[in-house]
Design a protein around this ligand. Structure first.
Ligand SMILES: [Fe+2]
Ligand SMILES: [Fe+2]
Length: 274
């Protein structure tokens, strides 16, 4: 599997622009996959620089209904005329974030993109083929990110705490190697991995995603003691982790102390093969 980071909060060099967003390209023997589009058309610009042909992508996944993961959807639809786009059936719900000044800001997807017959709306689990499985409905409550507080969803015309039912994760299996992709891991990366195992899958060999241990508008990091507990759990899975985006630099440093060479930062422009 070839992995290329098309958008992330930082860049590996001046050659690539970065943004608060997340977009990963994965190429397997069977598929050319775009996992999230970042916040804008930047993923397309970086894809060209990294020799990724977005028009040849055959399948796209949006991890959840936040703009920093699906904000580039319009650009993707413009460049690519064939790929189906998999979204949780709640991904086009109305999602908001409470800013430190008390104002609620819309952070959901562009409602103008609806309807579109290229969208495939998913539920609890969807086995796409022998390589790809999507799953949502992660309900665990272990080590949930504190920075979820202040993230809201519209329900019955009022705003309530987001339950992140709109979040899905992708498992890729190729020739005995497994990769778990999470977007922001709002449901908690530990819960997501436990849920995967509860569904009957082995622990993944590799995990890529943001772990949502940073509240960007408030510039607050997750409690270091909680980050340590997350790190200790991730360590016993023996998987290799690549993280960035909403993980935040301070939590990343703590995870790095615990996981050592089993975790790497995933900046825009980073590419590798697993
Ligand atoms: Fe995010
Ligand atoms: Fe998010």
């Amino acid at each position: 599997m070839k992995i290329k980071t098309l958008a992330e909060n930082m860049s590996v060099s001046d050659e690539y622009k970065s943004e608060h967003g997340f977009s990963i390209y994965v190429e397997t023997q069977k598929h050319k996959i775009l996992f999230d589009t970042g916040a804008s058309g930047l993923f397309g610009e970086n894809a060209r620089k990294m020799n990724v042909d977005i028009s040849a992508v055959d399948l796209a996944v949006i991890s959840h209904g936040h703009y920093d993961h699906g904000g580039g959807l319009k650009t993707f639809l413009d460049i690519n005329s064939q790929a189906k786009i998999y979204l949780n059936h709640k991904a086009f719900g109305k999602y908001y974030a409470r800013r430190p000044n008390g104002k609620n800001v819309y952070v959901g997807l562009d409602q103008e993109l609806l309807p579109n017959d290229r969208f495939i709306f998913t539920g609890k689990q969807l086995v796409i083929d022998e390589e790809l499985v999507l799953f949502s409905a992660v309900k665990g409550s272990v080590l949930n990110p504190a920075s979820n507080q202040g993230l809201l969803m519209e329900q019955d015309s009022s705003l309530v705490q987001d339950d992140f039912a709109h979040e899905q994760n992708l498992l890729i299996r190729e020739q005995g190697t497994t990769l778990l992709l999470a977007g922001c891991a709002h449901n908690g990366i530990v819960n997501i991995i436990k849920h995967l195992v509860a569904l009957g899958y082995d622990l993944p060999d590799y995990v890529i995603g943001g772990f949502h241990l940073y509240n960007r508008p408030a510039d607050e990091f997750e409690d270091p003691a909680i980050v340590r507990q997350i790190g200790e759990y991730l360590k016993i899975t023996c998987a290799m982790y690549y993280t960035g985006h909403c993980t935040g630099i301070e939590p990343y440093k703590i995870l790095k102390e615990i996981l050592g060479e089993k975790i790497e930062y995933l900046a825009t422009g980073v590419q590798f093969t697993i």
